[in-house]
Design a protein around this ligand. Structure first.
Ligand code: PRP
Length: 209
């Protein structure tokens, strides 16, 4: 049996669309139920639905063999595991952003859901900033005076525009990745390598949007 951790929500639907095409029977997964563990009829696959930020934790500890998760979460959690494929959906940018009128001003405080990425980004440039961790609606930081800027995901840019803010700098581009536990790649080598090859073929043929 190969165990799979999926990030609940839209990412899971897109991940399953690719996995199905790659020969993984995901038909047992019902996101509308309150169930959290699903096993395929043939017993070959088990799926758990977890919060996106917890996917690396389950894969790293070997609770699941593989996972599908955003590159932003991988960078933030920074746990050792193999990143086997860029699945091409969930594309967005990690950016430094702030109020339009503050562009170019010195940064002392950064609000973010990604404190580890923010630390690495600023400290690698020798800039000693204070990082304030938030869990959501990060754009509020500069608006209410909690921080000078934010480090956050920008997809359409709509949230920034609606709040009189703009991108100051791009940190990196992100998208959904297929990750594999380091031990599982040895112990379940055949199943996982076949799956990764199939996923790569599906991606070459054209990614379901
Ligand atoms: C994310 C992100 C931004 C927004 C960016 O928040 O933190 O707030 O989406 O998307 P946009 O560029 O298309 O406007 P999310 O919707 O996940 O909610 P949250 O603020 O509660 O984390």
């Amino acid at each position: 049996m190969v165990k799979v951790a999926l990030a609940k929500g839209r990412l899971a639907e897109k991940a399953m669309a690719i996995l199905e095409k790659a020969g993984v029977d995901c038909s047992c997964v019902d996101q509308s139920s309150r169930k959290l563990v699903f096993t395929s009829d043939d017993g070959k696959w088990q799926f758990i639905l977890v919060k996106p930020t917890d996917v690396p934790t389950y894969v790293y500890h070997g609770i699941t063999d593989i996972g599908v998760v955003g590159k932003d979460t991988l960078l933030e959690e920074n746990l050792p595991m193999y990143e086997m494929a860029d699945l091409g959906f969930g594309k967005c940018r990690l950016c430094i952003a702030g109020k339009v009128e503050d562009m170019g001003k010195p940064v002392r405080v950064v609000a973010t859901k990604y404190p580890n990425i923010a630390k690495r980004f600023y400290y690698s440039r020798g800039e000693n900033v204070e990082i304030v961790k938030l869990s959501g609606s990060v754009e509020l930081g500069p608006l209410v005076g909690l921080s000078d800027v934010i480090l956050d995901i920008v997809e359409s840019g709509g949230t920034l525009r609606a709040n009189g803010m703009d991108v100051f700098e791009e940190v990196c581009q992100v998208s959904a990745r297929l990750v594999v536990n380091q031990v599982s790649l040895k112990t379940k080598s055949d199943e996982i390598k076949t799956l990764v090859n199939n996923v790569q073929s599906v991606l070459k043929e054209g990614n379901p949007k």
